[in-house]
Design a protein. Structure first.
Length: 215
C-alpha cells in the first residue's frame, strides 16, 4: 500500500490537497477513476460511458480487489436482479444454424472504436473456451464446451431434460450473472452484444447433435 501511495501521489489530481495527508480507500478509488477517465475519449462507437460500472460490476470488482469472494447476501441480490433481465426466445425456438454459430464463435469483431456499428458483432467465444476439437487456438478462462450437448443428452429436444438444459444454456448466454453473480462471461443478450437470432445460432453450435461440437 505504501508503494501504491507513492505512485499515486506523484500524479496531480483535483480533490487531494496534499500527499502528506494520509489517503483513504475512497480517496484512492476516486483518484483511480479520475486517471482512467482522463485516459479515454469517445472514439467511433466506443464511448467513455462504458467506464461507468453497474452495481454488480462494482460489487464484484471490490471483492476481487479485496481478494475474497463476494458475500452470499450480495451475490444472491445480483443473481436475483439478473434473473429479472432474462428473456427467452420470442418464438419459443432455441436453435438456429450451428454453422452460423461457429462463425459467430470465431469472430472477435464488434464494439471497438474501429468497428462499423451497422455490422453484426461476433461472440469471440474461442477467446475463453475450447469448442470444437478441430480448433487449436482457444482460451481456458472458461470450461471446455466440446461435446456440450452430447454430454448433456439433448438429442431428444422434446424431453424434459433437454428443455432444462436449453433454458439454462440460453440464460447463461443472455445474462451469465443470473446463475453466477461475478461471472466473467459477457452478458451477450442483456447488453445487446448479440441479437436473439445470433444467440440461437450459438445455441445450435452447442446443442445441435449435428454440430461439430457434438461429434
Amino acid at each position: 500500500m505504501k508503494h501504491i501511495s507513492k505512485i499515486l501521489c506523484s500524479v496531480a489530481v483535483a480533490g487531494l490537497s496534499a500527499c502528506s495527508t494520509p489517503a483513504t480507500a475512497p480517496d484512492f478509488d476516486r483518484l483511480t477513476a479520475d486517471i482512467v477517465k482522463a485516459s479515454f475519449r469517445d472514439e467511433g462507437m466506443a464511448k467513455v460511458g462504458r467506464l461507468q460500472q453497474d452495481e454488480a460490476n462494482r460489487a464484484c470488482s471490490s471483492a476481487d480487489v479485496a481478494g475474497k469472494p463476494l458475500d452470499a447476501v450480495a451475490a444472491s441480490a445480483i443473481q436475483d436482479a439478473s434473473r429479472k433481465t432474462l428473456k427467452l426466445p420470442t418464438d419459443g425456438n432455441y436453435l438456429g444454424d450451428w454453422k452460423e454459430g461457429e462463425k459467430i464463435a470465431q469472430s472477435g469483431r464488434g464494439l471497438t472504436w474501429t468497428d462499423n456499428p451497422t455490422e453484426p458483432n461476433g461472440g469471440n467465444c474461442y477467446n475463453c473456451h475450447q469448442i470444437t476439437k478441430d480448433e487449436v487456438s482457444f482460451g481456458t478462462i472458461g470450461p471446455s464446451l466440446y461435446n456440450y450437448g452430447k454430454l448433456r443428452g439433448v438429442a431428444d429436444r422434446a424431453s424434459p431434460q433437454a428443455k432444462v438444459i436449453m433454458d439454462y444454456t440460453w440464460n447463461k448466454i443472455w445474462n451469465s450473472r443470473a446463475s453466477n453473480a461475478c461471472s466473467n462471461m459477457p452478458r451477450f443478450g442483456h447488453n445487446g452484444i448479440l441479437t436473439e437470432q445470433q444467440i440461437k445460432h450459438v445455441m445450435a453450435l452447442l446443442l445441435d447433435p449435428k454440430s461439430a461440437v457434438n461429434q
